[in-house]
Design a protein around this ligand. Structure first.
Ligand code: HEC
Length: 156
């Protein structure tokens, strides 16, 4: 009996360590996010926007807590502006993002999904960006992409 209890507890621990279950809001947000993915999907060739991995990293650094991160993503998405944009390379490369004036509850769900999802490092994107940076002689970007690629895309 005790043995059974222990193995159930163990199974539960292993399960929760392996799967990062999304909250109900984030699960809804994942579906809605597909619209964002038409530009933010990292393997598009040619790319249309910075991958969400990079954006999330910048917003995590900027926001002091999860609620602020969600709020900042929602407000930018509704009304992008050069004053509030923090992905400077993205703005320079692609121009300012067009506004996505979806209802607040949808945007909140999308931003909650972005908060909870563990996006894989965008190796294809960095590889593409590196080639392009080399071709256009943008050495400061080249160094950055190279560093990110080496750090996060193992085996290359
Ligand atoms: C038509 C293409 C397109 C779609 C669709 C799109 N984006 Fe973007 N997004 C961009 C581009 C281009 C940038 C980089 C320029 C910029 O930062 O404004 C960007 C940047 C961003 C940024 C970072 C802004 C900054 O610089 O601080 C956030 C956050 C963002 N997008 C969220 C979203 C969300 C959420 C959705 C879906 C509701 C979405 N985007 C859909 C093109 C798109």
């Amino acid at each position: 009996m005790i043995k059974a209890k222990i193995s159930i507890a163990l199974a539960a621990t292993i399960f929760s360590a392996c799967s990062h279950a999304l909250s109900p809001d984030a699960t809804d947000g994942k579906l809605l996010y597909q619209g964002c993915g038409t530009c933010h999907e990292q393997a598009l060739s040619p790319p249309k926007a910075p991958p969400m991995w990079e954006i999330k990293r910048l917003y995590e650094r900027q926001a002091k807590d999860d609620a602020t991160l969600v709020k900042n993503i929602v407000s930018f998405t509704k009304e992008p502006s050069l004053e509030t944009a923090i992905h400077d390379v993205g703005v320079e490369r692609y121009g300012l993002m067009p506004a996505m004036p979806l209802p607040d509850d949808m945007l909140n769900k999308i931003a909650t999904y972005i908060l909870e999802e563990e996006f894989p490092p965008p190796c294809d994107y960095w590889n593409y960006a590196l080639t392009r940076a080399k071709a256009t002689d943008k050495t400061e970007f080249e160094r950055w992409y190279q560093r990110m690629f080496r750090r996060s895309c193992s085996g290359n």
